[in-house]
Design a protein around this ligand. Structure first.
Ligand code: ATP
Ligand code: MG
Length: 569
């Protein structure tokens, strides 16, 4: 491909609001273009990457015995009503009507449609097990579409569904998919951690997430280097600590002017944050909830959601705090609470002694408040975010906690869909039984972003060779130099002939411009045709490591071919 003819337009400017490196770089490098919030076009170079990701996925899915098909984007509402998800899916579902007022949604996932398909053809245990999959565009009206391809409202997913006669057999399908995922992510050169995940409210029995560790990521996970336990942070339990043994000191009321944060209060009183009782006021639907947690801990809102059984909650506003408690944030306490405020005590505050506690009076705190004597516990729950160093629930060693991107999610569904949709088969005794299902997703477009998150520097992307849009760039430093241009042309032709995916930067631009673009777009190898052509030499550069080699013109292509083959092995 000649760059002068290629639909690949880079930009020097950093797009506003693009926080995540992948978002910024994929836009700047001309791989994607935003159409509206969370909606992106994938441009030719980006599409080449996607196609490669898809092809890795296809190969491994096919190899594991799964069969590809293509379901529809337009899903009739009736199917979703059968499982109750027409209502429960909420605002994330894009709903629409056709000209005859028939209702549809744009598929955000396809359990309903595939279960409908399977119940029409599968009658007997002899037809099971079965795994079907598709690579399809999905639609979800996300509350916060952000980070470019990472959280889109329209995105590409590989979704697979398994159908088995019983739990045991379903577990085997699940294991088969686990192995396939392992191979897929290795081949994509994506570093992932397989973490135990919440089974949520679907009522399934097992779930794992494949999380790519990245600096920008919405998923938090903990892992143990001792026993190899790994789980999404939201399901890592933090039990109640043992009773502290300190002597109880007398309660004192202390003026703490302007100490609105734990940090400020801790500095002012010279006590560690763990000795401060933090109180947070939440609005839950139309009720009030106060969460009490140790000052060195944060509330994990996913844990809170699991405990409350709803995601309809938010922190109270300054105004609401004033109205309800007559105080300011920073001075919210457990004293003189109106009855209609429910309290939940995080496990972390169990057994504490001599705490700093606010009393709903601006600029004042109690010090040396003790449970039982000065205040009383209520209902306990596990609400705190897991942090680095917390104990592994399996072996007690300190956990490491990191952020990442969930690139895949596998799920043992059981009969959550087959029961309500009456997807039954007949067993050898002639008895009708519900099919046992599993579902398995990979965020294809999110994978592209995750690869960039894990492979970039200040200058741009460093595509791993197996997923690079082109394997080689031939860069001619000066197109008006006839010698250079003709050598570059020759090398380009030879590389194409030898089956290397090559882009030839034949644009009439300065050397500096071309180098900057090459770094930004990030093709794994570069053959630079410059002044050394006079000595019969060109330079090979490797983007990932910055290594470079001067080689004779006639050997360059073969050398690059070897390097590429090595990378792909
Ligand atoms: P998340 O917790 O990130 O919202 P999810 O649990 O809703 O993910 P699944 O329904 O399991 O995701 O979808 C399967 C895969 O699809 C996810 O593992 C993720 O890689 C991808 N995915 C989900 N939502 C999006 C999105 N809005 N944009 C891009 N990819 C997505
Ligand atoms: Mg989601």
């Amino acid at each position: 491909m000649r760059w002068s003819r290629y639909f690949l337009y880079t930009s020097k400017e950093d797009p506003a609001e693009a926080e995540a490196p992948s978002h910024r770089l994929l836009l700047r490098a001309g791989f994607v273009k935003q159409v509206s919030a969370g909606v992106y076009e994938i441009l030719p170079a980006g599409w080449r990457v996607i196609r490669k990701i898809e092809s890795v996925i296809r190969k491994e899915m096919d190899r594991s015995g799964a069969q590809e098909l293509l379901l529809t984007v337009l899903n009739p509402a009736e199917l979703w009503k059968e499982t109750g998800r027409w209502d429960s899916y909420g605002d994330e579902l894009f709903r629409l009507k056709d000209r005859n007022s028939r209702e549809y949604c744009l598929g955000p996932t396809h359990e309903e449609e595939i279960t409908d398909l399977v119940r029409r053809f599968i009658r007997s245990y002899r037809q099971l097990p079965l795994i079907l999959y598709q690579i399809q565009v999905k639609f979800r009206d996300e509350k916060r579409p952000r980070f470019g391809l990472i959280r889109g409202r329209e995105f590409l997913m590989k979704d697979a569904y398994s159908f088995d006669t019983d739990e045991m057999s379903a577990m085997m399908s699940y294991e088969t998919m686990k192995f396939a995922y392992d191979r897929i992510f290795k081949k994509l050169r994506l570093n992932v951690v397989m973490a135990e995940a919440s089974v949520g409210n679907i009522g399934g029995s097992m779930s794992h997430e494949f999380i790519a560790p990245t600096e920008y990521g919405e998923a938090r996970f903990g892992y143990c280097e001792n026993c190899s336990y790994a789980a999404n942070a939201e399901i890592i339990p933090l039990p109640k600590p043992a009773q502290e043994s300190e002597e109880e000191r007398p309660l004192e009321k202390v003026k703490t002017p302007g100490t609105k944060t734990i940090e400020a209060l801790s500095d002012f009183l010279k006590v560690p944050p763990r000795k401060i009782l933090k109180a947070l006021l939440y609005r839950v639907k139309d009720e009030w909830l106060m969460v009490l947690i140790r000052g060195d801990r944060e509330v994990d809102e996913n844990k809170l959601e699991a405990v409350l059984g709803t995601d309809e909650f938010r922190l109270a506003t300054d105004e609401e705090v004033r109205e309800l408690l007559g105080t300011e944030k920073g001075f919210i306490g457990i004293f003189n609470l109106p009855d209609r405020i429910r309290t939940l005590w995080d496990n972390s505050v169990h057994g504490v002694k001599n705490m700093v506690v606010a009393l709903n009076e601006p600029d004042w705190h109690y010090v040396n408040a003790n449970p039982g004597r000065d205040f009383h516990y209520g209902e306990f729950a596990d609400l705190a975010q897991v942090a680095d160093g917390d104990p592994c629930p399996k072996c007690g060693s300190p956990l490491k906690v990191r952020t990442g991107l969930e690139v895949g999610h596998i799920f043992l569904l059981g009969t959550r869909y087959s029961e309500p949709m009456k997807a039954y088969y007949t067993d050898p005794e002639g008895k009708e039984r519900p099919i046992v299902m599993g579902c398995y997703g990979i965020g294809v477009s999110r994978v592209m972003a995750a690869i960039v998150e894990q492979n970039h520097d200040d200058k741009g992307i460093k595509w791993p060779t197996p997923v690079a849009p082109f394997e080689l760039e031939v860069l001619c430093l000066n197109m008006s130099d006839k010698d250079m241009a003709s050598v570059a042309e020759k090398i380009y032709m030879e590389a194409e002939e030898k089956g290397i995916e090559t882009i030839y930067d034949d644009r009439e631009e300065s050397a500096g411009f071309k180098f900057a673009d090459a770094d930004l777009v990030g093709f794994p190898y570069r053959i630079v045709v410059g002044k050394k052509v006079k000595e019969g030499k060109v330079e090979i550069q490797k983007r990932a490591t910055g290594e470079s080699w001067d080689v004779p013109v006639g050997e360059a292509v073969n050398r690059v071919k070897e390097l590429i083959e090595e990378d792909k092995r």
